[in-house]
Design a protein around this ligand. Structure first.
Ligand code: KG4
Ligand code: ZN
Length: 370
């Protein structure tokens, strides 16, 4: 990549007026994806993701020990690939950003330690990124004009939040889940009905063409809060599945002859989506925000995206959804969040640690726990 490294004073003057976009290397290894990316400003130069899903599939979920070991094998080639595809060298990079939590601690440590090593040998600034802040930052890559304030519905494997993004580094969490996250509920039901791992995308696919009213499932709400609760709908779906199975066994048939898989999946998915959309609509009304974004793996769900779009049109709100590849774990989003944090004056030293339960509102924790 060509950069303006000229020492001509006239060029410097021009560079001050129109500064070169910050070139950031992002590294992500919080769960089962080893990822590295290079961004320039809000533009993605490369976005390399090595997924371990095939390795964990046979266990029905992520095995932390295996995840760490595979991250260790993949991290250097993945970073190399990201630099090569972006056509830059480490020397060109301005900032190195890496996820420092939340996530599997052994997995986090691989990416973070690689980032610390690179920062040490190159002397480049290091910025630790909270993973959910990373997911939300994917929206800045999706829509280069996007600016706070806006509302963000965060729906990942372990988090379901409604976040009022007040400024680039200032958030207010308006709602969170009191039990399971939306992704967790997708994964558990998908596993129970035999779809396997990773459950969310498989259930999304299986639901296509299914009836959304084939099962009567509860939608949980709280009188005084926009918080989420998905354990009730999960248990109700599990009970419905067990009843179908018992009835099918008595009649020596498969449960899917009693209720097509597509109908089961579509009904369960709709119950989750209804709650997510309704609470989002209420949060928009309460805050009077006119911009809505989504973040996290479940934001790749086709039914959720359609329903949010319909609601946004009703509520006269502008919705932007990152493409599915930027909803699930990737390092471009980490680079973007790192870039914003750096512009906000944040740089970490080599004592930065991985924190498995790092919340969005205590990002500083990773800097005080050694
Ligand atoms: O954000 P993410 O990639 O990782 C975490 O930070 O947790 O989210 C993973 C979650 C998993 O629960 C996965 O099943 C779910 O996102 N997911 C989906 C879809 N794609 C991924 N859930 C529903 N529909 C999808 N298309
Ligand atoms: Zn994630």
């Amino acid at each position: 990549m060509q950069q303006n490294l000229s020492h001509n004073p006239d060029d410097r003057k021009e560079a001050t007026v129109k500064p070169r976009d910050l070139l950031v290397l992002g590294i992500e290894s919080s769960c089962d994806e080893t990822a590295a990316a290079v961004i320039s400003g809000r533009r993605i130069c490369s976005n390399v993701i090595a997924s371990q899903a095939d390795l964990h599939r046979r266990y029905g979920g992520v095995v932390p020990e295996i995840a760490s070991r595979v991250h260790l094998q993949a991290i250097i080639p993945v970073i190399d690939d990201a630099l090569r595809q972006a056509d830059v060298s480490l020397a060109d990079i301005d900032v190195i950003a890496a996820t420092c939590g939340p996530g599997l601690v052994g997995a986090l440590l691989v990416g973070l330690t690689a980032a610390k090593g690179l920062a040490l040998v190159t002397g480049k600034p290091l910025v630790g990124v909270q993973h959910i802040a990373g997911h939300m930052a994917a929206n800045y890559l999706t829509d280069p004009q996007l600016e706070p304030p806006f509302l963000c519905l965060v729906v990942s494997g372990a988090h379901s939040h409604l976040v009022h993004v007040k400024d680039y580094a200032r958030y207010q969490i308006l709602a969170r889940t009191r039990d399971d996250a939306a992704g967790e509920a997708f994964d558990k039901i998908a596993r129970a009905i035999g779809l396997g791992y990773p459950g969310g995308p498989l259930l999304d696919k299986a639901s296509q063409g299914g009836r959304t009213d084939a099962l009567s499932l509860p939608r949980s709400h709280f009188a005084d809060s926009l918080d989420f609760s998905f354990s009730g709908v999960k248990t109700a779906a599990l009970n419905a599945y067990n009843r179908l199975k018992q009835q099918a066994e008595r009649q020596s048939m498969s449960w899917q002859e009693l209720l097509p898989l597509a109908d089961f999946a579509a009904s369960f998915q709709q119950a989750l989506v209804d709650v997510l959309v309704e609470h989002t609509e209420q949060a928009l009304a309460q805050t009077d925000l006119k911009r809505l974004t989504v973040a996290g793996g479940v934001a790749a769900n086709a039914c959720l995206r359609r329903s949010l779009q319909a609601m946004a049109e009703r509520a006269n709100v502008t919705l932007s959804c990152p493409p599915p590849v930027l909803c699930t774990d990737n390092a471009a989003m980490i680079a973007m969040a790192g870039s914003l944090a750096y512009r906000d004056g944040r740089v970490d030293d080599l004592s930065l640690n991985a924190v498995p339960y790092l919340d969005l509102d205590d990002e500083t924790l990773s800097r005080s726990q050694n």
